[in-house]
Ligand binder design. Structure first.
Ligand code: PRP
Length: 222
């Protein structure tokens, strides 16, 4: 038995959808591949690269930090929005640069006044923790936060809320619905997160991955 055979699997949790595709495209550039994952008809949940002793699975974005905190995955890739919202005990080690968007307070222009005068307003969001942190801790404004699960722009349109806290990418959803960015909270992009124990126990392999990715990302900037 060679040393290679003794290696344990490193497990990656990836947020389903475009983020996972972009992530695998980036990983390919540093030699981390998974042929099994490319089969679109497959219903498999876990994909393996036996040679490199790697496992990959896809999950809902908000579950990625959970899998990583508990060590069910050593490494995760997920949006900064989800990392902030879930607030799990994980190490955020790398900004991968894609999935760029902004976390914003949005609403009809007339809501700007309510924000400026620190009125008691209603805020609808898929991100109640981010909204709470922003209004309570940064703006010191008491607001009523209403959790929604999607199509949050409906909030002000149907009179559920005065404003929303949501991600804005191209801005077309806002534009097509007569809403605007009223305040910017923070920039968002895809991040790599690592389990705190894995970072110590598998530090050589994980640090190599981080280093290789850093080099590729830097080269792409040039
Ligand atoms: C996201 C976000 C906005 C939209 C922003 O929604 O919540 O609605 O994208 O993108 P844009 O600025 O390019 O228009 P998503 O498509 O993830 O669906 P959801 O509304 O169900 O959350």
């Amino acid at each position: 038995m060679t040393m290679m055979d003794d290696k344990r699997y490193l497990t990656f949790a990836l947020g389903k959808g475009r983020l996972a595709k972009d992530t695998m495209a980036l990983f390919e550039k540093i030699g981390i591949t998974c042929e099994e994952m490319k089969d679109k008809d497959s219903r498999k949940l876990i994909f393996v690269n036996e040679e490199l002793k790697l496992k990959f699975f896809l999950s809902k974005g908000p579950d990625v930090p959970t899998y990583v905190e508990y060590g069910a995955a050593d490494i995760g890739v997920v949006g900064k929005d989800t990392i902030l919202e879930e607030n799990r005990r994980v190490y955020e080690v790398l900004d991968l640069g894609y999935g760029k968007c902004r976390m914003c307070v949005c609403g009809p222009l007339k809501a700007k006044e309510l924000l400026e005068h620190h009125q008691m307003i209603r805020v609808a969001s898929k991100y109640p923790n981010i909204a709470k942190d922003y209004f309570y801790n940064k703006k010191h404004q008491t607001v009523d936060i209403i959790k929604l699960n999607g199509s949050v722009e409906l909030g002000p349109l149907v009179g559920l809320s005065d404003v929303i806290v949501d991600i804005v990418e191209t801005g077309s959803t806002l534009r097509e619905n007569g809403l605007e960015v009223l305040e910017e909270i923070c920039p968002i992009s895809a991040r790599m997160i690592v389990n705190q124990v894995s970072m110590k126990m598998e530090s050589e392999r994980i640090k190599k991955i981080i280093q290789d990715l850093k080099e590729i990302l830097l080269a792409e900037l040039l």
